[in-house]
Structures are given as structure tokens and as C-alpha cells.
Write a protein that binds this ligand. Structure first.
Ligand code: HEM
Length: 230
């Protein structure tokens, strides 16, 4: 993806003027919009963290023209983030909060073009960081409250659906979510589809997983009792 380097540099020059405010705003937005990530920073010196975050943004913008330097540094940063308990699904939360903080800082200079330039840049940064974060299924096993809180394994936190048909669709979705959780890399999931798509036993295993999810959903909704009484 070709980034709009000129626009990123000129808007960042303005953001830099209020760097302290911007980073404060960023963490305020992040913890307000996504309180589930706050435990990750439980033992963090936030003053130091704000500075380090901003320095890494400065480094990123300064090296937009040097893809090799940038990708190496961001890959390493991504690797370190796995040690902080950061998961792939946290990246859009940070992106949305960062862009909101930039918007506040830039005011009327936050034009649709600037917004697009930063959305694309954040996407590239995320991809580079995730390259360094080889999430193994073991590292995604839920441990403690912190991770449990951050993964929406039950959409809308409810198993209740209008009809059994929707219930069955939810069962398929839940089965998919567990696959996504254990293998967050889209590319690897694509490769694996080839494998299980051609293996009858694996396909039956998928059917069984969905059936178990559906049995749970059906029990929660009392479908059969209510349909029988109708
Ligand atoms: C554009 C993406 C991001 C950038 C540029 C960034 C930058 C940084 C930097 C520079 C540090 C200092 C430590 C180090 O260099 O290893 C850090 C630490 C940290 N970041 Fe990020 N980060 C990003 C995304 C995220 C995301 C998505 C999360 C999840 C909520 C996150 C949570 C943390 C945590 C928990 C720490 C450790 C704080 C501590 O030392 O206790 N970061 N980040």
C-alpha cells in the first residue's frame, strides 16, 4: 500500500506541537472506549509510557521513506507486545483511539484525506507489528480475567436468538470464533481451509463442534419447549 507520506508528515508536524496533550488524550479515549485493555497497563508508569509511545510514532513518521528500517523496528515492537499480553484484536482499539486523539489535536485540519492517510498508515503499522508477533495457539489460551474480558467469544454476550435458524447461525459463528482465536493469522487460516476442506473426518469434527454449540444455544433459548407449546 502506498502511503501518503507528505500528508502524514505535514499533519504529524502539527500533532507534535501538542505531543503531551495528544498522548494523554489517547490513553483517556482508549480506557474510556475500551476499559477491557486497562488491566494490560496495571503496572505501567504511564508518564514514561506516553513518552515512549510518542517516540515510536516520531520514529515511524521519520522513517516512512525507509521501509527496511521501519519493518525491522516494528516487527521487534510487535514481538515485545506479545510479552505485554497484547492480542491482535487490541490493535483496532488502539488505532481508533489514536485517530480520535489526532482528530482532537488537529481540529479543522483533520480532513477526510488526513483521516484516510492515518487509517492506512495504522493498518500498515499493525500488519508489520503482527508479523513479529507469531501468536501460537498456546499463547492464546485464555488465562485469568484479563484475557477473558478482552475477547468477545459470545457476540453481544447473549445466546438468546429470535428463531432456531438464527440460533444455528450463531452456533456456526461461535465455532468460527474459536478457530479465529486459536489461529489469528488470516493467511494461515486460508491455507488450513485447503487441508480440512479435503478431509472428511475433519469436516465431521467441525459438524460436531457446531452441533455442541447449537445444543447449548437451544437449551438457553428453550426453543423446543416453546415450539411444542405453540
Ligand atoms: C501503533 C501501535 C503501537 C505502538 C506504536 C506502540 C508503542 C509502544 C511502545 C513504544 C511501548 C514501550 C515499550 C517497548 O518499546 O516495547 C509500548 C508498550 C506497551 N504497549 Fe504499545 N504500541 C502499539 C500498540 C499497542 C496495542 C494495540 C496495545 C494493546 C492495548 C498496546 C499495549 C502496550 C502495553 C501494555 C505496553 C507495556 C507497558 C509497560 O511497560 O508496562 N500497545 N507500546
Amino acid at each position: 500500500m502506498a502511503l501518503n507520506v507528505e500528508l502524514l508528515e505535514s499533519s504529524f508536524a502539527q500533532i507534535k506541537v501538542n505531543s503531551l496533550e495528544v498522548t494523554k488524550q489517547f490513553y483517556t479515549v482508549l480506557f474510556t472506549d475500551y476499559p477491557e485493555v486497562q488491566p494490560l497497563f496495571a503496572n505501567t508508569n504511564m508518564e514514561k509510557q506516553r513518552k515512549q509511545l510518542f517516540q515510536s510514532l516520531v520514529f515511524t513518521v521519520n522513517n516512512l521513506g525507509k521501509p527496511d528500517v521501519l519493518s525491522g523496528a516494528l516487527r521487534d515492537l510487535g514481538t515485545r507486545h506479545t510479552q505485554y499480553g497484547v492480542l491482535p484484536q487490541h490493535y483496532p482499539m488502539v488505532g481508533s483511539s489514536l485517530l480520535k486523539a489526532f482528530e482532537v489535536s488537529l481540529g479543522t485540519a483533520w480532513t477526510p484525506d488526513v483521516q484516510q492517510a492515518w487509517t492506512e498508515a495504522y493498518e500498515v503499522v499493525t500488519q508489520l507489528m503482527l508479523k513479529g508477533a507469531d501468536y501460537l495457539p498456546e499463547s492464546l489460551i485464555l488465562t485469568g480475567e484479563q484475557t477473558m474480558d478482552t475477547i468477545a467469544l459470545v457476540p453481544n454476550n447473549s445466546l438468546i436468538t429470535e428463531t432456531p435458524e438464527e440460533g444455528r447461525q450463531l452456533a456456526v459463528k461461535l465455532a468460527r470464533l474459536i478457530v479465529k482465536l486459536t489461529q489469528p493469522d488470516e493467511e494461515k487460516r486460508k491455507q488450513l481451509r485447503e487441508v480440512y476442506g479435503n478431509d472428511a473426518m475433519m469436516l465431521i469434527a467441525i459438524g460436531q463442534t457446531v452441533a455442541t454449540e447449537f445444543a447449548t444455544i437451544a437449551a438457553a433459548n428453550n426453543y423446543w419447549k416453546e415450539l411444542g407449546n405453540a
